[in-house]
Design a protein around this ligand. Structure first.
Ligand SMILES: C[S@@+](CC[C@H](N)C(=O)[O-])C[C@H]1O[C@@H](n2cnc3c(N)ncnc32)[C@H](O)[C@@H]1O
Length: 222
């Protein structure tokens, strides 16, 4: 429904302070923390029409290979979306930034060759619904690329700390982020198959943090 003139439409996700904080921190992480090259790995070899959900300030956009025909990027947070629209202008491929949420994607069934989620499943209101939306909009055989942080597998002490921070301060401080979710489990439960991934710790050295435990890979939608 179109908004009345002069009336700001309701924002599905609103984290104005976090959006400004993330816009700065994410650039530092990309440039000095090695995250930029992980984004390159995430996107390598993609082609055709791609949907990216929770695109944030659009740090993936300039890294899409030229074999991609079009990116549709969905971002609900107003400030992030503005930054994403600016980043879209610097991309080598056409990027269309849309308002919307991952749980109700404003796009047609089976209309994409690939979907990209990076550092976003941690922040969604309803992960199963969002992943089922991605299956709806991917064509049969379409690919999901993921770069996500989650539960510290095999480290019970850290996993307990993750549960504690998730129940208390972490989502409040970091735009709804949760550290202890299970991205691989969620992807499998949603019906994606043939997962191929590697685990990445960020930062690579030094003490681990609750959000240090990443997975980077791909799976298929049949
Ligand atoms: C930590 S940021 C990651 C941004 C970006 N994907 C990246 O790789 O840097 C998480 C993003 O998810 C967005 N988000 C939160 N809830 C969402 C939802 N329900 N649907 C889509 N995006 C959402 C936030 O607004 C934010 O831009």
């Amino acid at each position: 429904m179109a908004a009345k003139p002069g009336v700001r439409p309701h924002d599905a996700v609103r984290h104005p302070l976090f959006a400004r904080f993330y816009a700065r921190l994410s650039i530092l992480n990309d440039e000095r923390g090695g995250v930029g090259s992980l984004r390159d790995e995430l996107l390598a070899g993609l082609s055709g029409r791609v949907i990216e959900i929770g695109a944030g300030n659009g740090l993936n956009f300039a890294r899409y290979p030229e074999t991609v025909g079009e990116v549709v990027a969905v971002e609900p947070e107003r400030h992030m979306r503005q930054l994403a629209a600016e980043a879209a202008l610097r991309a080598r491929v056409p990027v269309d930034v849309l308002a919307g949420t991952a749980e109700a994607l404003p796009v047609a069934d089976a209309s994409f060759d690939a979907a990209v989620v990076s550092l976003v499943l941690c922040s969604l209101g309803d992960v199963p619904r969002a992943l089922s939306e991605l299956r709806r909009v991917l064509r049969p055989g379409g690919e999901l690329r993921f770069f996500e942080h989650g539960v510290a597998d095999g480290r019970p002490g850290m996993a307990a700390a993750q549960r504690l921070v998730d129940k208390t301060v972490w989502p409040l401080l970091f735009g709804g982020c949760h550290t202890g979710r299970d991205p691989l489990g969620g992807i499998a439960q949603a019906g994606f198959t043939d997962p191929d991934f590697r685990r990445v710790r960020i930062p690579e050295r030094g003490p681990a943090l609750p959000h240090s435990f990443h997975v980077l890979g791909r799976a298929r939608s049949l």
